[in-house]
Design a protein around this ligand. Sequence first.
Ligand SMILES: Nc1ncnc2c1ncn2[C@@H]1O[C@H](COP(=O)(O)OP(=O)(O)OP(=O)(O)O)[C@@H](O)[C@H]1O
Ligand SMILES: [Mg+2]
Length: 249
Amino acid sequence: LNNLSILKIGGSILTSKTGIRKEVVGEMVEEIGKALDLDDRLILIHGAGSYGHPQAKKYHLDREFNRRGMVETMEAVRELNRSIVSELNSVVDAVSFHPFNLAVTENGRIIELFDRPLKMALENGLIPVLHGDVVFDTIKRSCILSGDQLTCYLAKYFGAGRVGFASDVEGVLDRKGEVIPILTPDHLSRMASSTSDRVNVTGEMQGKVRECIIDYGISAVIFSGRDKDNLEKFFRDEPIGTKVLVDAR
Ligand SMILES: Nc1ncnc2c1ncn2[C@@H]1O[C@H](COP(=O)(O)OP(=O)(O)OP(=O)(O)O)[C@@H](O)[C@H]1O
Ligand SMILES: [Mg+2]
């Protein structure tokens, strides 16, 4: 699907410690509405941010199965998802797809995903909205499926023409703190390693880049979702942030 864009919006920009950032969601929704033509297709994926990461951490969901933790994490992410989809629906026609109900992982990696309703939603001009979620895992019983992995999986599966990650940094930074404009598999070592101790169980920027380059081999753009103009530029294929470039597509 060449006319398909997949956009992942980081939970880090959609939420603050205390809740949803309504202005950010509003701006993004407006930009998405403006960017889409009739025959454009879009899948949106959002992270969990403060709706999910703290619960996952509290119950050590990255290490062990916990039924209560599973439920609480899921509830929190769904609350965020509900707000986002309802805001979206003031401008476009969007529907929630909860990964818990669609996907199964094996040791953290997607091995099954019920794609048919997603495909049919796209065919009918709806915008599917997915998110990072807790899912069942054949080995670990449950796992946290990141929005990043979902994005790359779906990009590859549907052969998306355009893949983007709107995050809270200008792009992938090198050790001097400067944005790397083009990141290829050969130059992965230029990327600065993580130093933060933030509440995040899905690997931050390193996780994102690894999903794209190593796990799925898809090209994508990583940019700041804080800069309002970036979304418009993303949909127009203008250079922004970091272009992760993988030749074999
Ligand atoms: N080399 C790097 N370049 C850019 N950011 C980096 C780098 N190393 C670590 N980071 C951290 O990665 C963060 C972005 O990843 P993070 O997972 O927090 O955001 P997200 O994926 O957009 O949000 P969420 O995981 O909530 O969906 C940055 O805020 C930064 O602190
Ligand atoms: Mg992340």
